[in-house]
Design a protein around this ligand. Structure first.
Ligand code: ARG
Length: 436
């Protein structure tokens, strides 16, 4: 049997098997720690709505509001702990209010359900974090652009099929990531817009027989609009979580590819890049080792995110309305969001810790890599491309890597990277304008 506090047990002192309850609670209480502040803020807005329609007097509203403010403060200071004595964060708020305010505390949950409550605090958590992640994404794009700026003249081999292809520059390689990050930061903006609707007031998924001022409450919580239909509100759980992770996936794809490139370029065989000591780790047995573990863990983070997405995707094969299955979407959602945030926060430091070995990169550019330049030199002299291609195949090009790069003048080419255009797109994102 359990001595936990349950909102739904009423006065009949229902006895529930503790093991069963532990299974049903899962990690919920731990996960609710990430949502608790949002839950309190949403509860404060909800009681504001109850005051507007006369369910609470101004005095009752104030007492409840103040009591929740104290709870928020205590929680932030670590003096109120969400522990296993509560079923979830939602119940903890109500128990606290009732403990402090007696019968008045019992009024706070009027006209809502934990079903719209969990949706609301999760959505606030997601909005906040997406905004933060978008900023991190922009900061990262900026640091990649800054590094690119320093390496517009640093030649490196360009590969297709992982075989030497044509000369390229470090700046070109980096600017590719910067442009992608800028586009992906824009995806985050549109995801924020997509999820920016308040489910609060849809209750268990059918609305309530009260004239709740849903628009007022939505506005107070900073939502752009109300999520009107209560069935849709419930059906959006998991679905919205998925779109959040999907947009983070786009961002993290850049990190995986960048990490992969670094892993290769850091091998002795390539020797193009090294990492400052601040970012390498040693081996417990091999004294000679200095390993880029951080790069590998950043690469692996996308797999974790992918796993989280798969979990949610599988989970939302459900009929309409609230099902307790949905509780299990909380862990992968929170894990995916927090991991992305952690990786993005560390990325600018990693960028700063990179050292490029110009000589090694230059040595890896063999004369055959200028064959395309050779063919196009013939084209400029009037030969058709196919004939010029055949000619270049049999010749040893005298064109240098530097000449090859200097001639790459069309927009995006090594001699015309458009870094200033990318910089402008980044600034437009700051103003929440379309990047184009
Ligand atoms: N912990 C629950 C969840 O995340 C809260 C909602 C509970 N609702 C219910 N009808 N049992 O889904």
């Amino acid at each position: 049997m359990t001595n936990k506090n349950y909102l739904w047990s009423g006065d009949d002192n229902q006895s529930i098997d503790a093991e069963l309850m532990d299974f049903m609670a899962g990690n919920d209480i731990k996960l609710d720690r990430y949502l608790f502040i949002y839950d309190i803020v949403a509860s404060q807005a909800h009681i504001g709505g109850l005051k507007t329609i006369g369910i609470l007097t101004s005095d009752e509203y104030k007492k409840l509001h103040d009591c929740m403010a104290v709870l928020k403060d205590l929680y932030q200071k670590g003096e109120f702990v969400l522990d296993n004595s509560y079923e979830d964060g939602h119940s903890a708020i109500e128990f606290y209010l009732t403990e402090k305010l007696g019968d008045l505390g019992k009024k706070a949950h009027t006209g809502r359900s934990r079903n719209d409550q969990v949706l609301t605090c999760s959505r606030l958590f997601q909005k906040d974090n997406l905004q933060h992640i978008q900023k991190l994404c922009k900061t990262l794009a900026q640091s990649v652009l800054n590094l690119a700026q320093q390496h517009t003249q640093t030649a490196m081999p360009g590969y297709t099929h992982l075989q030497r292809a044509m000369p390229n520059t470090v700046a070109s390689w980096l600017a590719g990531f910067a442009e992608s990050l800028i586009d992906d930061a824009y995806i985050l903006s549109s995801t924020i817009d997509y999820i920016d609707c308040s489910p609060l007031g849809t209750a268990a998924g059918f609305g309530v027989p009260l004239d709740l001022p849903r628009e007022q409450v939505a506005k107070e919580l900073g939502f752009a609009r109300v999520q009107i239909n209560p069935v849709y509100a419930q059906n959006s759980r998991g679905k919205f979580d998925l779109v959040v992770l999907q947009s983070l996936y786009q961002v993290m794809l850049n990190i995986r590819r960048f990490s992969w490139d670094l892993s290769l370029y850091m091998t002795a065989e390539f020797g193009f890049v090294s990492l400052n000591k601040s970012h390498t780790t040693g081996s417990s047995i091999m004294p000679n080792k200095s390993n880029p573990d951080v790069v590998e863990l950043m690469r692996a983070s996308l797999s974790v995110l992918e796993g989280a997405m798969a979990q949610i995707q599988a989970l939302i094969s459900l009929p309409s309305g609230y099902q307790r299955d949905l509780q299990m979407s909380k862990e992968p959602m929170i894990k995916g969001v927090l991991l992305t945030k952690q990786v993005l926060k560390l990325m600018p430091g990693l960028i700063k810790a990179l050292n490029f070995n110009k000589e090694k990169m230059q040595q890896a550019i063999s004369p055959d890599m200028m064959a395309t330049d050779q063919a196009l030199a013939h084209v400029k002299a009037g030969t058709s491309f196919r004939d010029a291609y055949g000619q270049a195949k049999t010749e040893v090009s005298q064109i240098t890597a530097q000449e090859s790069l200097n001639n790459r003048i069309s927009l995006g080419g090594a001699a015309n990277l458009g870094l200033d255009v990318l910089q402008k797109r980044l600034r437009k994102l700051d103003k929440r304008l379309l990047p184009y």
